[in-house]
Design a protein around this ligand. Structure first.
Ligand SMILES: C[S@@+](CC[C@H](N)C(=O)[O-])C[C@H]1O[C@@H](n2cnc3c(N)ncnc32)[C@H](O)[C@@H]1O
Length: 245
């Protein structure tokens, strides 16, 4: 099932209050690590899957991309993207990632930031992405870390005084649907092991360029509430992979 949670007015309102919505890339803890993994955008055709507010699309356009396409299932998220990024040649398309239909070998770079854990069939998407990329093209994506998605609730265990005890990891090898809670709202996510995330890429004809488990930036540790706790378990991972030439 393709859930369109971001069009839910209450969820959208809560998401719009997050730092990454208000401040853009600079409000995202992983941004500096991700930025270092990005290929050169100059003259490139770029596709962003699950583009949300379009921050990564705008970055690609600002860094010389010839054409940028952002795809998202949420009309509300795309509305924000269209409002904020009026300049440039970015096309924003409302469509589930699962249903994208572009010409084969038509993109140089495909990005996806924190959307793949909403996709039930990862292998199918990687297959599609492989077809859409030109030989030598790059897929750079982030997804919620399997340690973060495994148990499902995505919340800490607390003591009787509300102090964090630890983060639950359970059912790691049982892949599939999780009834998660994000921003206090029920959200469907999909858990898969780290092996699956990587081995599917290798099996489908990508070579791994880089893998990162980003730590919160030093300067956010004392200034952003809760950021210090992000040192206790990984919340996401980043991958850069290249389609074999
Ligand atoms: C956590 S937000 C990330 C947004 C943006 N990529 C960023 O990093 O700022 C996840 C985005 O994925 C989109 N999304 C979730 N499931 C999707 C699907 N099946 N197809 C397309 N977009 C989807 C949501 O609507 C939302 O905009």
């Amino acid at each position: 099932m393709k859930e369109n949670k971001y069009d839910d007015p209450l969820f959208f309102e809560k998401y719009s209050q997050m730092d990454r919505s208000k401040k853009g890339l600079d409000g995202a803890g992983e941004w500096k690590t991700l930025e270092n993994m990005l290929p050169d955008f100059q003259g490139k055709k770029v596709l962003d899957l699950g583009c949300g507010y379009g921050w990564h699309c705008e970055y690609a356009a600002d860094h010389g991309a010839a054409e940028v396409t952002g795809v998202d299932i949420s009309e509300k998220m795309l509305e924000e993207a269209r409002k904020s990024h009026k300049k440039g040649s970015t096309a924003y398309i409302c469509c589930p990632i699962e249903d994208i239909d572009f010409e084969e070998a038509s993109f140089d770079i495909i990005l996806s930031s924190l959307a793949f854990h909403y996709i039930e069939n990862y292998e199918e998407i990687v297959d599609k992405i492989h077809k859409l990329l030109k030989p030598g093209g790059y897929l750079v994506f982030s997804a919620e870390h399997p340690v973060f998605t495994a148990e499902g609730s995505q919340d800490w265990y607390y003591d009787e005084n509300g102090k964090i005890l630890h983060f639950p990891v359970d059912n790691y090898y049982y892949e599939g649907k999780r009834n998660a809670v994000f921003l206090g709202e029920p959200v469907t996510k999909y858990h898969r092991t780290f092996t699956t995330y990587v081995s599917v890429l290798l099996k489908k004809g990508f070579r791994l360029v880089d893998v990162e488990e980003p730590q919160p930036p030093e300067e956010m540790l004392d200034t952003v509430p809760g950021m210090k706790d992000e040192m206790r378990r990984p919340m996401m991972f980043l991958v850069s992979a290249q389609k074999e030439k």
